[in-house]
Every structure is written in C-alpha cells, then in structure tokens.
Design a protein around this ligand. Structure first.
Ligand code: FES
Length: 157
C-alpha cells in the first residue's frame, strides 16, 4: 500500500551515505561533527582509522566531540567531557571498572556494559568521507538524545 511504500523510500533515504567532509581535512583536524539525515554525528580520525558515533553521550547528552580519546585495554575510547564515561569508538560499548570487593587489593578490571552509543559506518571515496547511518533496529541508549536533539548540530568542533 501507499503508506508502506512511503516508509520504504524514507528508510532508503536514511540508509544512503552522506558526505561529511574531505579526507585530508579530517585527517588533519582529527574530528568533525555533521548532520546525517537529521542525526547529529561525530566522526573521529584516530590511529589511522575513521569512526562515527552519535554525537550526544548516551548518559545525559554530553558533547562527545569535545572529549579526549584514550586507549583502554587496547581499545580506543572517547571520554565524555561531562561525567567521564568511557565509550569504545569501534563498537559504542560503555566501559566501567569493576572492583571485586573480596579482593580489593587487586587492580580494578575494565568491563563492558554492552553497546550504549550507536556507531555508524564510515567510507572514503575519491578523497571524500561518507557516513552511513547504522541500521541496527534494536534501540540503543544514545537514540534518546539523538532524537531529542534531532535538528540541532554543534556548530564548531
Ligand atoms: Fe556523558 Fe554524563 S553525559 S558521561
């Protein structure tokens, strides 16, 4: 029917790649923000790889593009500038340090809370960088802030 065909074309549009900048610029500046089909995205270039995530932190909507990147257990993580939550760039997992109360003298271990921040696909073609939105249907915590700030975009990085 008509309704479902409209939905399908909207979904198709949402899954089309959007150019977010020049490869050279991104490699130089290390990050950028962009609106991809009305979703606020941050793209990082770190250790020779591009990563794209929802820009607002899943915890309370903090600006991830203003955070620092740290390697934790060999995984590149963005540290949210608001409350220091750690999110893996590649998978969007929230990491936390678990302490065993029975052995408090042991150093705490990093554990995953699971995927909390939606990550998106980055491709490079002819010197341009493109982001394709994630098509994972299950809801992910960062969807709440992505929806809430849908038509806004951080203007500067
Ligand atoms: Fe990111 Fe709280 S908003 S850690």
């Amino acid at each position: 029917n008509e309704e479902s065909s409209v939905k399908t074309s909207k979904e198709k549009e949402r899954s089309s790649p959007v150019c977010v900048g020049r490869e050279d610029d991104l490699k130089k500046n290390k990050k950028t923000t962009a609106s991809v089909h009305d979703r606020e995205i941050v793209v990082f270039y770190h250790n020779g790889r591009f990563y794209a995530l929802d820009c607002r932190c899943y915890h309370a909507g903090g600006p991830l593009h203003l955070g620092e990147i740290e390697d934790i257990n060999g995984q590149a993580c963005i540290i949210c500038p608001w409350h220091k939550y750690k999110i893996t760039l590649a998978t969007g997992e929230g990491l936390y340090q678990a302490v065993n109360p029975r052995e408090p003298s042991l150093s705490p271990k990093w554990r995953s809370k699971g995927v909390k921040q939606r990550t998106h696909t980055v491709t490079v073609e002819n010197g341009n960088v493109y982001v394709t939105l994630s098509d994972v249907v299950d809801s992910i915590d960062s969807d709440y802030y992505a929806e809430k700030f849908k038509n806004m975009i951080y203007s500067t990085v």
